[in-house]
Design a protein around this ligand. Structure first.
Ligand SMILES: NC(=O)c1ccc[n+]([C@@H]2O[C@H](COP(=O)([O-])OP(=O)(O)OC[C@H]3O[C@@H](n4cnc5c(N)ncnc54)[C@H](OP(=O)(O)O)[C@@H]3O)[C@@H](O)[C@H]2O)c1
Length: 246
């Protein structure tokens, strides 16, 4: 059966690659983002007929956007099978410089958005008796972060905990909830955060000596999204070049 997925923050970076990867694997995909024009553009590139891809506005800090996206996809394709909570803001700032307002803003978007998405879709998946939720966490949520700020790291730590709570409570209903915790990827945000002259120093701290592949992370999302991934839940899969060893 054709699988149907909603990807948040799919208008750039990893989210766009995840949406393209799922679509390439035969999924029907809702490309969502706060930049609606870009979401529409990517969906049109994937499928100009609109049959297998749709672009939706979804600001993850807004519950009604999640509710509207769910309703629109169900109306269009009859159901949803997969939610990928990918959208996040990435901030780099020394901990002593972060204001309370900045801390709360990043927590509200990253952790709050993942909570809201998981709750809105989790209720729907529970009632259907099937669903897959995949959260993009981060190595920063495990080790406190290297190039990123405390607000970002704390929000990613919260996502790891939310993954376990939703996984535990939804497991009896055929719904799995997992997280992926990437280390620094070969991605635009990493190249913006780490200036070129600092990159060799950063690479020298990564045991495997390279940045990670966004495409590999996207294929990992695909793996966790598949119907036969039902025995994996509450897990965090590390993709970090050996930077954090459990
Ligand atoms: N790249 C890495 O090395 C790395 C490492 C570890 C974890 N991750 C995680 O992987 C995910 C994707 O990262 P990325 O590198 O692709 O980051 P990115 O390039 O900054 O892209 C983030 C995406 O999320 C969207 N977004 C941000 N705030 C949003 C909001 N409030 N509502 C809806 N969409 C919002 C952005 O839209 P706009 O363009 O409109 O801002 C963009 O499409 C994130 O969860 C990140 O924490 C990435």
């Amino acid at each position: 059966m054709t699988q149907i997925a909603v990807v948040t923050g799919a208008t750039a970076g990893l989210g766009e690659i995840i949406a393209r990867t799922l679509h390439g694997a035969g999924y029907r995909v809702a490309v969502t983002g706060r930049n609606h024009a870009r979401a529409l553009e990517i969906a049109a590139e994937l499928d100009g007929t609109g049959e297998t891809a749709v672009g939706l506005e979804l600001e993850i800090a807004k519950r009604d956007h999640f509710e509207a996206a769910l309703a629109q996809v169900v109306e269009k394709w009859g159901r949803v099978d997969v939610l990928v909570n990918n959208a996040s803001v990435t901030r780099a700032q020394p901990v002593l410089d972060i204001t309370t307002e900045e801390f709360n803003e990043v927590m509200a978007i990253n952790a709050g958005g993942t909570f809201t998405g998981s709750q809105v879709f989790g209720r729907y998946f529970r009632d259907r008796g099937y669903g897959r939720i995949i959260n993009l966490a981060s190595l920063a949520g495990q080790n406190g972060g290297t190039a990123t700020g405390a607000h970002y790291a704390a929000s990613k730590g919260a996502i790891l905990t939310l993954t376990k709570v939703f996984a535990r409570d939804l497991a009896p209903y055929g719904v799995t909830v997992n997280a992926i915790a990437p280390g620094p990827l070969d991605s635009p945000i990493v190249h913006r955060t780490i200036p070129a002259d600092r990159m060799p120093g950063v690479l020298s701290t990564i045991p495997v000596g390279t940045l990670g592949s966004q495409e590999f992370v996207a294929r990992t999302v695909l793996h966790l999204a598949s119907p036969d991934a039902g025995f994996v839940t509450g897990a965090t899969w590390d993709i970090n070049g050996g930077l954090y060893l459990r």
